[in-house]
Design a protein around this ligand. Structure first.
Ligand SMILES: NC(=O)c1ccc[n+]([C@@H]2O[C@H](COP(=O)([O-])OP(=O)(O)OC[C@H]3O[C@@H](n4cnc5c(N)ncnc54)[C@H](O)[C@@H]3O)[C@@H](O)[C@H]2O)c1
Length: 255
């Protein structure tokens, strides 16, 4: 019996990158998985099935409340429950690092809309399905809020807002035995992470090079490195932990 057997997890942004690794990791512990993404999630669904569990893909734009509600309803209808929400979707890999003077209001607001409002929409969507029995919500932030990263002020601001949103939601959701926590990864070789150095318009060394030197654990991070903490926060082992941000960056920054 896996640690998450009988549980149903929605993973937003699960079609690729870190989200797809979370999906396989939770599936290996017995969770049924709902992949919610704007991108096609069939590959991730197949990977979950190969890992021995079941999954569906629900096309979802997290910035649209109706689509988030439909995502939660599809999970409930297919698997009979919603126990875990991994709020992982974000505008990330498509960001072009550039001087802040070139970041328009529209670009800034779009990142906030998807990264922050998107997580809020999904929390609202799962709440009716969790409130009678409790649940686990894991919001993906970023350790960039601790050290700052040049060229992406909107992204770093969005991840700071996620830490604050998590604290606020933990206060309201505690009455329903719903734990809300943030994981804050550092630079990780994901589909998105690998794009930065191709697209940047700033004279910077590769992001990974910068971070690698500053980490206590001087090695590259891959999506699978991040799975263990998500499993812990999704399982009963973390039943008395809520409102926290846990930094998951190999000791790049301390919080
Ligand atoms: N890779 C890193 O270095 C790193 C570091 C810190 C935090 N993070 C965070 O980890 C999470 C996963 O990042 P990743 O590296 O796998 O990035 P990624 O760009 O590879 O994946 C992001 C996923 O989110 C999806 N998505 C984007 N907009 C969406 C929307 N409106 N609705 C639904 N899905 C949407 C994308 O289609 C994609 O599948 C993100 O929250 C990111 O901010 C990543």
């Amino acid at each position: 019996m896996g640690r998450l057997s009988g549980k149903v997890a929605i993973i937003t942004g699960g079609a690729q990158g870190i989200g797809a690794a979370y999906a396989v990791g939770l599936a290996k512990e017995g969770a049924k998985i709902v992949i919610a993404d704007v991108l096609d999630g069939q590959k991730a669904v197949e990977a979950v099935k190969k890992a021995g569990s079941d999954a569906i893909y629900v096309k979802t734009d997290v910035s649209n409340q109706e689509q988030c509600d439909a995502m939660a309803k599809a999970a409930q209808e297919k698997f009979g429950s919603v126990d875990i929400l991994l709020n992982n979707a974000a505008i990330f890999g498509s960001i072009v690092l550039k001087p802040f003077t070139e970041c328009t209001s529209q670009e800034f607001m779009k990142v906030l809309e998807i990264n922050v409002l998107g997580q809020f929409n999904c929390m609202k969507a799962v709440f009716p399905h969790m409130k009678a029995k409790g649940g686990k919500i894991i919001n993906i932030g970023s350790s960039s809020i601790n050290e700052g990263v040049p060229g992406m002020p909107h992204y770093v601001a969005s991840k700071g807002a996620i830490m604050a949103l998590t604290r606020s939601m933990a206060r309201e959701m505690g009455d329903y035995k719903i734990n809300v926590n943030t994981i804050a990864p550092g630079f990780t070789h994901s589909d998105g992470g690998n794009n930065f150095d191709k697209n940047k318009k700033l004279d910077l060394p590769p992001l990974e090079e910068l971070q690698l030197q500053a980490r206590c654990l001087k090695r590259e991070a891959v999506p699978e490195d991040l799975v263990g903490l998500a499993l812990f926060l999704a399982s009963d082992d973390s039943a008395f932990i809520t409102g926290q941000m846990i930094v998951h960056d190999g000791g790049l920054s301390f919080h």
